[in-house]
Design a protein around this ligand. Structure first.
Ligand code: NAD
Ligand code: TYD
Length: 344
């Protein structure tokens, strides 16, 4: 029986990944290690708690003593655990360095000690920085621009170094922007869907023309599973959906799907250091046999449908400590935009 450790499994991608594994494989046991930060949500996994092939442990990847009890006998580790939101990293970078860099180091070091046969580091396309034309390849230099992407770059490079220096069997995935069920409403797509449902302003940063490469979360999870199984040790795999469009185009699609008013669109002052465009060359992943299944329009429709059906889930988040964060990050900027100061 395969023993699998998923760190950060109570978050957005981790919880989707676990569901994919449970749908697919039979003889395995999944252990989730998650600190349940503001972003981790027990509700994301609540329906799995009674299963005999699933164990949930609340804990920190920085806790090496805990790692020493959990790691022996594991066949594979997927390290999803991270602080993940760029805007929060701009407000406070310390927790990003702690979890993303120091936490990943602790996990790599303990994985080496316990001779774990496979370690999948979940990295991001943001490590490359911004690209105005063309697409990033795996061999391109890392030029991160936010404290989030810099911390993730630290983790990504430590994982590489543990392969090169100590022979730890590592593979690294760098995926583009995910969207889909269970994503925290601090992120662009779920924030806009839920604000549109609530009739609140949709705060677009800058001119709304920044571009991301979007991938439906299930397509990313299938790619991670494939790289975990078939990826060459020591190698990096880009994972992207190739659905590139300016934020304002997505905002308008959301407005249409929700049936809200375009008057909600509000251009507010830009995020500092805001990367203009991300785009990935995914030839290497395709060579492993991966194919995208979800078009952006289909994936977005399904995502809007999920947020409509799961209002209790996101309202509980939005009405909790999130309120304070939202007030701090958005209220003044939205007020300024309404007075005509938001556009530059
Ligand atoms: P998320 O913020 O929804 O979830 C992160 C999870 O990690 C949470 O459950 C949180 O409680 C847990 N966590 C945080 N610190 C921890 C610690 N010290 N110890 C144990 N658990 C801890 O994030 P996500 O969007 O699901 O992202 C998962 C991974 O994928 C991250 O590594 C992220 O950098 C990467 N990634 C995300 C995207 C995206 O678009 N969301 C794109 C590329 C890469
Ligand atoms: P986000 O979901 O934060 O992902 P990332 O910055 O890691 O790519 O943001 C996606 C894009 O949407 C990015 O260009 C910033 C923009 N954005 C807004 O315009 N308004 C918002 O309120 C948020 C959260 C993001």
């Amino acid at each position: 029986m395969e023993k699998i450790l998923v760190t950060g499994g109570a978050g957005f991608i981790g919880s989707n990944f676990i569901r994919l594994l449970l749908r697919r494989r039979r003889k395995m046991h999944i252990t989730v290690l998650d600190k349940l930060t503001y972003a981790g949500n027990f509700e994301n996994l609540a329906d799995l708690m009674d299963r005999t092939d699933f164990t949930f442990i609340k804990g920190d990847i920085c806790n090496t003593r805990l790692l020493d009890t959990l790691l022996p006998g594991m066949d594979i580790i997927y390290n999803f655990a991270a602080e993940t939101h760029v805007d929060r990293s701009i407000l406070e970078a310390g927790s990003f360095v702690k979890t993303d860099v120091v936490g990943t180091y602790a996990l790599l070091q303990r994985a080496l000690k316990h001779r774990i046969p496979r370690f999948v580091q979940i990295s991001t396309d943001e490590v490359y920085g911004s690209i105005l034309k063309g697409k990033f390849r795996e061999v391109d230099p890392l030029q991160p621009n936010s404290p989030y992407s810099a911390s993730k770059s630290g983790a990504d490079l430590l994982a590489r170094a543990f392969y090169k220096t100590y022979g730890l069997p590592v593979v690294i995935t760098r995926s583009s922007n995910n969207y889909g069920p269970y994503q925290h409403p601090e992120k662009f797509i779920p924030l806009f869907i839920t604000n549109a449902i609530e009739g609140k302003p949709l705060p677009l940063y800058g001119d709304g023309m920044n571009v991301r490469d979007w991938i439906y979360v299930e397509d990313n999870c299938r790619a991670i599973e494939l790289v975990g199984r078939k990826g060459k040790l020591g190698e990096v795999y880009n994972i992207g959906g190739g659905d590139e469009m300016p934020n304002i185009v997505i905002a308008k699609k959301i407005i249409e799907l929700v049936g809200a008013s375009e008057d909600l669109l509000t251009l507010i002052s830009d995020r500092p250091g805001h990367d203009r465009r991300y785009a990935l060359n995914i030839r290497k992943l395709k060579r492993l046999g991966w194919k995208k299944r979800w078009s952006f329009d289909e994936g977005l429709k399904r995502t809007v449908w999920w947020y409509r059906r799961n209002e209790t889930w996101w309202r509980a988040i939005k009405e909790g400590t999130f309120k304070r964060y939202y007030r701090k990050l958005y209220h003044q900027r939205i007020r300024d935009a309404r007075r005509g100061k938001g556009k530059h």
